[in-house]
Design a protein around this ligand. Sequence first.
Ligand SMILES: Cc1cc2nc3c(=O)[nH]c(=O)nc-3n(C[C@H](O)[C@H](O)[C@H](O)COP(=O)(O)O)c2cc1C
Length: 165
Amino acid sequence: MKEIKVENLFQYINPMKLNTEPAIALASDGKETNGLTIGWAEFGRLWRKPAMTVYVHKARYSKHIFDGADYYSVCFMEPEQKNVLGYFGTVSGRDENKMKNCGLTVLEEDGVPYFAESRAVVICRIMGRNDFDAFSCDDGVKEWYLKDGVHTLYHGEIIKVLVKE
Ligand SMILES: Cc1cc2nc3c(=O)[nH]c(=O)nc-3n(C[C@H](O)[C@H](O)[C@H](O)COP(=O)(O)O)c2cc1C
């Protein structure tokens, strides 16, 4: 893969299409690595840095790994990798070793895991995390949180963007 400037990222991915073109977020806490399919994210600038925020729900196995991690990567896959997106989005690391069973090649960039088969990878350093405040949102949003807890937001500084050569 080759590195590109952060400001050119949207030539390769469309942030408004994550609902139909989700990605896989990967993190390692030094003991375990796991990934989950994500359809929610925000891009922009935070604290004068190029930033990406991902939302990991408390019920996800990945949550404790993201809590123990300093970095995460977000891997945007090719359309023909739909089955892998389905796998990471329906099976939990609680039940099987997804990293081993997924059939993808795990590489590292600055110690951060990512998939070699990705079409674009955003590498983030975690600047901050906070739990979503489900009390001060409108009813449409509240509906998401009636059952089993909230998402934690991981605010990442985008430190590198890699794309397929
Ligand atoms: C298309 C799609 C998008 C998803 N987006 C998110 C998301 O943004 N945040 C989240 O916490 N879970 C999301 N999920 C659910 C997780 O990927 C799913 O629960 C996964 O099995 C969790 O894996 P884990 O338990 O190994 O962490 C999504 C699932 C799908 C299929």
